[in-house]
Write a protein of this length. Structure first.
Lengths: 182, 157
């Protein structure tokens, strides 16, 4: 698992709690992951696989500005996820739909680049907060830590604690060699 | 400990007790309901191989009880402590501990945490010993049942 760190000391708990989440997404189908794996959709309880999200234009300036922490990313779009206690996003692979649509709609050049997602932790890990990718868990992250998720990487997140879990996703194109310096 | 329990043996367990886990403080009650924090558990009626697990742990106790738990996908046992009430009610006071024994190698989305220390990547037969003041969590965000056994032991004072 690729691990890095950026300074997020300016991000306070109040800034996170003041975020206005515009979408509440049910993730049981995991973006077609189960179909792709050829297995039935798990019988998850209806209430569990939900995530609150706020996308790009609806994000406050401090969120949009965060993409400058990763200058090697091109055409970046940002999202913040809030996972409430008892909720999770089941195993899935990112489709990166919004990024691909932006590139197509705006006719952006992506020559020599691949799509990636930076998963940026906005809090120190709290009790019951969980991130797992390709069967490897990251269980001691701190605020500002990030990992890079490639489109074919299976991952899941969960909140089995009692406090909300906030992360930022910065999805963009980059050259593979730029990841070496990330 | 060495375990040789085929998956079919776990899948053939006849659980009859499906219940909502209790929430031990108010912050949990808001988020954990019968829908997302219910589990299957079997106690005295567990098959012999479960009872025999008590022979594979350190023999420094006077009394014990066993159980098997199946956490279905999407379910969580929220933050809690075990007081071993039933064991002490039957056998008197003393020092008690619980051995959590993993019955399969770790699978994607299976999770256990004690004292804010998460566990993953366990192997079949790995066990964790913890006491009545050790807060812990377990959950299953994967797509396969999460089977574990519990041997709760009491050493009379």
């Amino acid at each position: 698992m690729h691990k890095g760190h950026v300074d997020l000391s300016h991000v306070t708990g109040e800034m996170l709690y003041r975020l206005n989440f515009s979408e509440h997404t049910h993730t049981v189908y995991s973006g077609g992951f189960w179909d792709k794996m050829g297995v039935p959709v798990p019988d998850y309880p209806y209430d569990a696989p939900w995530v609150w999200q706020v996308f790009e234009d609806d994000c406050p300036p401090w969120v949009k500005h965060s993409r400058t922490l990763f200058p090697w990313l091109k055409h970046a779009v940002v999202t913040v996820n809030k996972l409430m206690p008892g909720r999770f996003i089941a195993p899935h692979q990112d489709t990166l739909y919004k990024l691909r649509k932006k590139v197509e709609d705006d006719g952006l050049s992506i020559e020599g680049m691949e799509p990636y997602r930076v998963n940026l932790f906005l809090q120190d890990r709290l009790m019951g907060h969980y991130f797992e990718m390709e069967n490897e868990a990251w269980i001691d992250y701190v605020k500002g830590d990030y990992t890079i998720i490639k489109p074919d990487c299976t991952h899941l997140v969960a909140n089995l604690g009692y406090q909300p879990r906030f992360t930022m996703q910065i999805t963009a194109y980059a050259k593979a060699e730029d990841l070496d310096h990330a | 400990m060495k375990l040789d329990i085929p998956l079919a043996q776990l899948e053939n367990l006849r659980f009859e007790d499906y219940f909502q886990c209790y929430q031990q403080y108010d912050a949990l009650k808001k988020y954990y309901t019968k829908h997302n924090s219910s589990i299957w558990q079997m106690f005295e009626t567990s098959p012999d191989w479960v009872h025999d697990l008590a022979l594979k742990i350190p023999q420094d106790f006077d009394h014990h009880v066993v159980s098997v738990i199946n956490i279905p996908p999407g379910q969580t046992i929220p933050h809690h402590v075990d007081k071993h009430f039933k064991l002490k009610q039957e056998h008197g006071e003393g020092e008690s501990y619980r051995y959590l024994i993993f019955l399969e190698d770790w699978k994607r989305g299976h999770y256990y945490e004690v004292h804010d220390q998460p566990f993953t990547k366990w192997r079949k037969g790995d066990w964790v010993k913890f006491g009545i003041d050790d807060w812990h969590i377990a959950g299953n965000m994967g797509d396969a049942p999460f089977y574990s056994a519990q041997v709760t032991v009491l050493k009379n004072a």
